[in-house]
Design a protein around this ligand. Structure first.
Ligand code: ADP
Ligand code: MG
Length: 455
């Protein structure tokens, strides 16, 4: 394939033989790790130059030829990173890239039973999830998992899906959020209406009914909309009567989800309801240890008292617990001759502790939630990147900050990393007007608003 890729590059970019032979021909694929192709640059040429000139074209050519997107990392042949890679055989085995069933199902590879720490707060939910994973459709149907934000519901759901697919990759497993379910339904109905294209809705039904296992995450966001609940009701009945497994998560038990129709609520109570609560101190410590092991952070030798300090102070949200550890490492790396100690941990926890107690709607909170919702980082939102999967969430963040806090246009621009007045104004107006016309955007924004302000 590599030959094919570089030939393609040569043709597409009309490279002269001399350029091609000097820069491209000597490149060697050293390894493929996850989504990154590691390319060795011969020690006579400059990594910087090749990066600058050929990184993007190569990325495009790789995608053209393989049909998949990869990141590229260039390494010089005499780079010491190579040694590190070599000494870490689990990473440097060349993996063949065929998409696994789990990848196709959109599952996070890190969310498995192996990486899930069991404690008193979640052992019941964990046992129920494992039982369902071992015998889908046979034990508890539906399985309803509930608990507060960041306590591991999504992690458990992905674990179930991975487990089932690992045992039998042919099983049809579909994991979606209720937002995806709703937005896809809205689109299918719209297609049916505007172009008389009835097959859109039958396609939608095929997708959701033709499954052995359907997992719907965050059902509390199936809000208000009758047509969505109606469709979900039929999806549920269809799967349930044919003995297919349904797994649902929510922030509250069915009886407390006010916007949920009674007939759905009762169905959710047919199977097993399991809650996840906040972890105790020992479990929090165990989760930190597990994360250190999984992310290979042992090399930082984080002192025990620093870990204790984090576990003592971040109590109600495991995502924040993990976030504190990441922040600590990031601060340490920035802070060249510093040490990892309690003052540094206190610094890392500054924003987090405050949000643990009383949650005020601040621009920072909105940035966090928008970034998390779209699976990007706050740094992306503040950056100048212009690809749509970042620029669009950025405009939504501008809109929400402007409408949900007292921030002026100027303040919004500053919060978003220094955007000028006209950019901010344009972004906000664009979302405001599109939200009125576009039902799926409206649904998404309502969900994000609820995440910001759960009340
Ligand atoms: P929820 O869906 O309930 O909001 P998530 O499943 O997204 O929460 O969990 C938030 C983060 O915390 C994830 O990174 C997840 O891997 C981690 N996490 C949650 N519970 C555990 C656990 N018991 N063991 C290890 N990691 C956990
Ligand atoms: Mg979740």
């Amino acid at each position: 394939k590599w030959e094919e890729i570089i030939e393609h590059l040569k043709v597409e970019h009309d490279l002269s033989n001399v350029s091609f032979n000097t820069w491209i021909r000597p490149l060697k694929v050293y390894d493929i790790i996850d989504d990154t192709v590691i390319i060795l640059v011969n020690s006579n040429s400059s990594v910087e130059y090749i990066e600058k000139k050929y990184l993007l074209p190569l990325k495009v050519c790789i995608a053209d030829i393989t049909g998949e997107e990869y990141e590229i990392r260039f390494l010089s042949e005499d780079d010491n990173v190579l040694e590190e890679l070599k000494s870490n055989p689990s990473e440097s085995t060349v993996k063949k890239r065929t998409k696994s069933a789990a990848e196709k199902a959109g599952l996070n590879p890190k969310y498995t039973f192996d990486t899930f720490v069991v404690g008193g707060n979640n052992n019941f939910a964990h046992a129920a999830s494992l039982a369902v994973a071992e015998s889908p459709g046979e034990v508890y149907n539906p399985l309803f998992l509930y608990g507060g934000v960041g306590l591991g519901k999504t992690h458990l759901m992905h674990s179930i899906a991975h487990f089932i697919l690992d045992k039998n990759p042919k099983k049809k497993v579909l994991y979606v959020t209720s937002e995806t379910f709703t937005n896809e339904l809205i689109e299918a109905l719209k297609m049916g209406k505007t172009s008389g294209n009835e097959s859109a809705i039958s396609k939608f039904r095929d997708k959701y009914r033709n499954n052995d296992v359907l997992l719907i995450d965050d059902i509390q966001f199936i809000i208000g909309k009758e047509s969505t609940q109606e469709e979900f009701f039929h999806t549920f009945n269809h799967l349930h009567t044919s003995g297919k497994q349904i797994i649902i998560s929510s922030d509250k038990p069915p009886k407390d989800i006010e916007t949920l129709e009674a007939r759905l609520r009762t169905r959710f109570e047919w199977g097993l309801i399991a809650d996840i609560s906040a972890p105790n101190y020992e479990t929090r410590m165990a989760i930190l240890q597990k994360k250190i092991e999984l992310d290979q952070l042992e090399k930082y030798n984080i002192p025990k008292d620093v870990l204790k300090y984090i576990a003592e102070n971040v109590k109600t949200n495991i995502r924040e617990l993990e976030g504190s550890l990441n922040k600590l490492i990031a601060l340490y790396k920035l802070n060249h001759e510093g040490e990892i100690d309690i003052p540094l941990a206190a610094e890392a926890l500054k924003d987090i502790i405050s949000s643990d107690n009383k949650r005020e709607v601040t621009p920072e909170l909105i940035l966090d939630i928008v970034a998390d919702h779209f699976g990007i980082t706050v740094a992306d939102l503040k950056s100048n990147k212009r690809n749509a999967d970042i620029a669009f969430p950025r405009q939504i963040a501008m809109f929400l900050i402007r409408t949900m806090t007292e921030s002026s246009l100027k303040a919004v621009g500053i919060i978003l990393g220094g955007k000028d007045h006209s950019t901010v104004k344009y972004g906000i107006e664009k979302i405001a007007s599109e939200e009125k016309k576009d039902e799926t955007l409206n649904n998404t924004i309502n969900i994000i608003r609820k995440k910001i302000n759960p009340a």
